[in-house]
Design a protein around this ligand. Structure first.
Ligand code: BTN
Length: 259
């Protein structure tokens, strides 16, 4: 199916072009291909099934059949590539805003996990194409667990997972969730382009699961422990280790007991 869903009337930049697929390798990969072929800002791709869903840090994003939402949105902001991490967090606020009516205690976990009572409800993967210090395309890919998979959670997920239907106590339609996310992303993106990141940064930090709490961060090689003390202007996580404040640019954050 292609064409703007009725629920998107009034949305400024996003969702004018809307494509739904039964199967695709990855909605992010598809948006990047369409972007390279000249697709406009705001293109939304939604798929029932991904054969090669991508997660953060090179991981795989597991397909949950009917129980999953996989969507990607194309942005073409005129910003420097160094600010791209801000945009990742802006997308996190938008997804949080869209889902909080269903999940009032939803939290964000740096950089872009959606968590409910410690269990993962979804995640966001932002990918960028840039050349000569110009951003050409940014794809915001969003995966949400809509329901508990009938065969149970795949073991390979390797962490505690949860889903919208279990939390909200009712089934939610994939398209309705996608429309709510696109609307919220349109608002947050507009605010970012008009007013910058400062206020959005504060909102993000207020929704963070680990604000001022002890965490340990795996940066791919080693664990660093400290108190999550802030977000800097570029979206890096500030970690107070007791000896210094470390800027974390990438990694996996876990809440940790006070050592
Ligand atoms: C994470 O590791 O938590 C981020 C997961 C992002 C998954 C979504 S599903 C839709 C989009 N297409 C992809 O291939 N990945 C993202």
């Amino acid at each position: 199916m292609s064409g703007r869903p009725a629920g998107l009337a009034g949305v400024r930049r996003l969702g004018r072009e809307w494509r739904e697929y039964a199967t695709v390798d990855s909605t992010n990969a598809e948006v990047l291909r369409l972007a390279a072929a000249g697709a406009p800002e705001g293109l939304v791709v939604l798929a029932e099934r991904q054969t090669h869903g991508r997660g953060r840090l090179g991981r795989r994003w597991h397909h949950l059949g009917e129980a999953g939402l996989a969507m990607s949105v194309l942005l073409r902001p005129q910003i420097s590539p160094v600010h791209i991490a801000q945009l990742t967090l802006v997308a996190g606020i938008a997804v949080h805003d869209a889902l909080v009516p269903l999940v009032p205690s939803l939290r964000l976990k740096w950089p872009n996990d959606l968590v409910h009572q410690g269990a993962k409800l979804g995640g966001i993967l932002t990918e960028m194409r840039a050349e000569k210090r110009c951003v050409r395309a940014v794809v915001v890919g969003i995966g949400i667990n809509l329901d508990r998979p009938s065969a149970g959670w795949p073991e390979a997920i390797g962490q505690q997972a949860t889903d919208l239907a279990s939390i909200a106590g009712r089934k939610v339609q994939r398209r309705d969730v996608a429309v709510a996310i696109v609307k919220a992303l349109d608002d947050a993106y507009e605010e970012y382009l008009q007013a910058g990141f400062a206020d959005l940064r504060q909102r993000w930090w207020a929704a963070h699961a680990a604000t001022n709490r002890w965490v340990r961060v795996h940066d791919g090689r080693t664990y660093i422990s400290g108190i999550a003390s802030g977000l800097d202007a570029d979206g890096a996580l500030l970690l107070d280790t007791g000896r210094q404040t470390r800027r974390i640019l990438a990694g996996e954050v876990e809440l940790a007991p006070c050592p």
